[in-house]
Design a protein around this ligand. Structure first.
Ligand code: BG6
Length: 506
């Protein structure tokens, strides 16, 4: 792997949660592993005035809480690389202060003008900050490269994503823009590529001739917690499906890339997203299910419904659960349904992608295993990262009874068991100029293009129900009907937790 050149990382939104919980701990972890450049500094940028020392102090609890290595001396030493600059992001003039701070540090620490600008701010600033930077030539690459990282959500719908792209591309080259999707930084998401393209046994079966359907689930046991205000304007489709889940679909369904070059891989994922069959309004009603968690009781404890969360409208129709069935119209996947679902307040936290292989054409044996007559390859993305292959085996004893058993690999069994945090990998990649695991403009637009009609239909068609599901259950029962094959269902890695069985239409 290429080492990172000496550089400065500027984080806008420095007083926010992401900086404290993810970015700074990830950078500290890179420091511990000796992966940061020899000469490196971080400038946190936010509105409120603060000294460098006060900012360092404010980061300490986060590093202690979210890092494995808690050596106070090393933490203090690392935090000496962190500086602070207050600016008003709306005010072009205040960017001059940032330029001066950067120049001062580049001089005193002898760091070239290589700079990353990380936008971890409210999305309303994603357009304006890059413009203000460009106005004072902080996009200029003549003396050192400049890169800009944009957090999700990238746009609110297709139109706003197009506008954001064109506003960015006025001043920045596509090769300078890194659209982050932290799921692509997850070790097990990258392992989809390795599983598929390093093992000769899977790829010949990875197509419409052998695959019955593909299922991708990202379930969370938490609700919206303190993010009700943000989530109200977002919902599960925008928050999880437009980015994380569709990126996984891209990797699961893509053709083998010509090389591991960033554009070779991203060319293949974008083709998948562009090949997803567009929904008609009737199909949206049938194939896109939305739900919202309602209050329930789990082990005697009352759990709040979404509408009772802080910052949420008591009549909200925002979906906290979404399940879609769709097709990818290409030679590999023609006719194979893809099912994806995500939800908050489900019984457990699990993200997995499952290839359900076709059953044998003629079933010879008596079956003992919950009616399962087909093989499944389960790629467990989190937690308990690993891969599981389910296959039928003769139950010992008389006759020919078959039961399904597991061949199961857990990452935790590896001698190097630490799985790096997604942000570690992604920050390091940007520092070394590798954009493979960042979303390219065309992929982001293709994802919005597919989902835009669903967003519009859900917004404008009052006949499409929002199904209520009790917190702690696997979402609306109606989502089960998406899988039309009577012998098949979604995979349920654990049972419903809630004692309530009230499913309703909100
Ligand atoms: C974020 C979403 O992008 O991903 C959150 O905004 C969600 O709502 C989170 O909880 C899930 O990420 P992870 O890594 O915990 O699966």
């Amino acid at each position: 792997m290429k080492g990172a050149e000496n550089q400065i990382l500027v984080i806008f939104g420095a007083s926010g949660d992401l900086t404290k919980r993810k970015l700074i701990p990830a950078l500290y972890s890179l420091e511990i592993q000796g992966l940061l450049p020899e000469k490196f500094a971080i400038i946190g940028v936010s509105r409120s005035p603060m000294t460098d020392d006060l900012f360092r102090e404010s980061l300490k609890t986060g590093v202690n809480e979210f890092s494995d290595e808690k050596n106070q001396e090393r933490i203090n030493e690392f935090l000496q690389k962190v500086y602070y600059q207050s600016i008003d992001a709306q005010d072009a003039d205040s960017f001059i202060d940032l330029k001066e701070k950067l120049a001062g540090l580049q001089n005193s620490l002898n760091i070239p003008a290589n700079t990353i600008f990380y936008l971890s701010t409210p999305p309303s600033l994603y357009g304006i900050i890059p413009q203000h930077l460009a106005k004072i030539d902080l996009n200029d690459q003549s003396a050192g490269w400049k890169r800009i990282i944009i957090e999700k959500p990238f746009g609110y719908d297709l139109q706003s994503a197009i506008e954001l792209n064109s506003s960015l591309q006025k001043d920045w080259l596509e090769s300078q823009i890194y659209r982050i999707d932290h799921y692509l930084g997850k070790e097990t998401v990258q392992n989809v590529l390795v599983t598929r393209f390093t093992n000769g046994i899977f790829e010949p079966l990875w197509n419409r001739n052998f695959v019955h359907h593909v299922e991708i689930t990202s379930a969370e046991s938490l609700g919206v917690e303190k993010r009700g205000g943000y989530y109200e304007g977002s919902g599960a489709l925008r928050d999880m499906i437009q980015n994380h889940l569709l990126q996984i679909v891209g990797l699961m369904a893509m053709e083998p890339p010509a090389s591991m070059h960033s554009d070779a891989i991203r060319n293949e994922t974008v083709k998948v997203l562009q090949s997803i069959r567009a929904y008609t309004p009737e199909e949206i009603t049938r194939s896109a299910i939305r739900g919202q968690y309602v209050a329930s009781t789990i082990k005697g404890e009352k759990i709040k419904g979404y509408r009772e969360e802080v910052g949420v409208n008591p009549d909200s129709k925002t979906e906290t659960y979404a399940a879609l069935k769709f097709y990818i119209d290409n030679w590999r996947w023609g006719g194979v349904p893809f099912y994806i679902r995500t939800g908050k307040k489900l019984p457990t936290r699990v993200t997995e992608a499952v290839i359900h292989f076709k059953p044998t054409p003629h079933y010879l044996f008596a079956n003992k295993s919950n009616g399962e007559t087909h093989n499944q390859l389960v790629i467990r993305i989190q937690p308990d990262e690993g891969i599981l292959l389910k296959f039928g085996m003769k139950t010992p004893g008389a006759g020919f009874e078959v039961q399904t058993v597991n061949m199961d690999f857990h990452y935790s069994d590896l001698s190097i068991a630490r799985i790096p945090e997604a942000y570690e990998r992604l920050l390091l990649d940007c520092m070394t100029g590798d954009s493979t695991l960042y979303a390219r403009a065309d992929a982001v637009l293709a994802a919005w293009n597919f989902l835009d009609p669903v967003l519009n239909e859900w917004k404008n068609n009052p006949c499409i129900p929002v199904y209520g599901y009790p917190a702690g259950t696997w979402g609306p029962e109606r989502a089960d009907d998406l899988i039309e094959e009577p012998s098949m269902t979604w995979r349920y890695p654990c049972k419903n937790l809630s004692d309530d069985g009230i499913y309703c239409e909100l």
